[in-house]
Design a protein around this ligand. Structure first.
Ligand code: IMP
Length: 177
């Protein structure tokens, strides 16, 4: 059973998402023309976005997955990040593109960027579907943003509440009971 929540509105519908993802894919293809990419998808939230995005990227690419968890639960990041599933492919000498669902405080991405850079890739850039810009606590350069949104907890298009609601086709604002 899904936990009971109140979905207050659909913030971004499936058509708007599809259009924006295509634009992002086109932009990335232009920026990396003649290069190949190592896509690092952050599980679990970015799996749908990554699947849609890579089908609009024309340069050669490999996809890898990492799972990061912040200690704690509910709707707030605790500030401490750990890897619960590491990447598997080598990415030294690669152009790394991190694909994330949402940047909130920036703590998760800062942790990941610093860690990936230890392997000295050619470059590291970030592509996020959503950016809660006003919530940022740590500055992290985000190169590609689908949509900038206001504060508020969102679910759908891969984003969860307590592991539920990832399958919603649009991005919705919710309130926990
Ligand atoms: P940050 O480290 O604070 O930037 O948190 C990023 C992570 O928190 C994302 O990858 C999501 O897993 C989670 N997160 C932050 N805001 C939301 C939200 O509104 N809905 C669902 N997950 C969120």
């Amino acid at each position: 059973m899904d936990p009971e929540v109140t979905i207050t509105k659909t913030l971004i519908g499936p058509d708007a998402i599809a259009k924006r993802v295509e634009q992002l894919g086109r932009q990335i293809s232009e920026d990396y023309k003649g290069e190949s990419l190592y896509i690092c998808c952050i599980l679990k939230g970015a799996f749908i976005f990554t699947a849609d995005l890579i089908r609009h990227i024309e340069c050669p690419l490999r996809v890898d997955f990492i799972r990061l968890a912040s200690y704690g639960s509910g709707t707030n990041t605790s500030g401490k990040v750990k890897i619960t599933k590491d990447v598997e492919l080598p990415f030294e000498d690669c152009h790394v593109l991190i694909v994330e669902d949402i940047v909130d405080t920036g703590i998760t991405l800062k942790f990941l960027v610093d860690r990936l850079k230890l392997h000295k890739p050619k470059s590291v850039r970030i592509c996020t579907m959503l950016d809660k810009r006003s919530r940022r606590e740590i500055e992290v350069p985000v190169d590609y943003v689908g949509f900038t949104i206001e504060d508020g907890f969102v679910i759908g298009y891969g984003l969860d509440y307590a592991e539920h609601y990832r399958q919603l086709p649009g991005i919705c604002v919710m309130e926990a009971p």
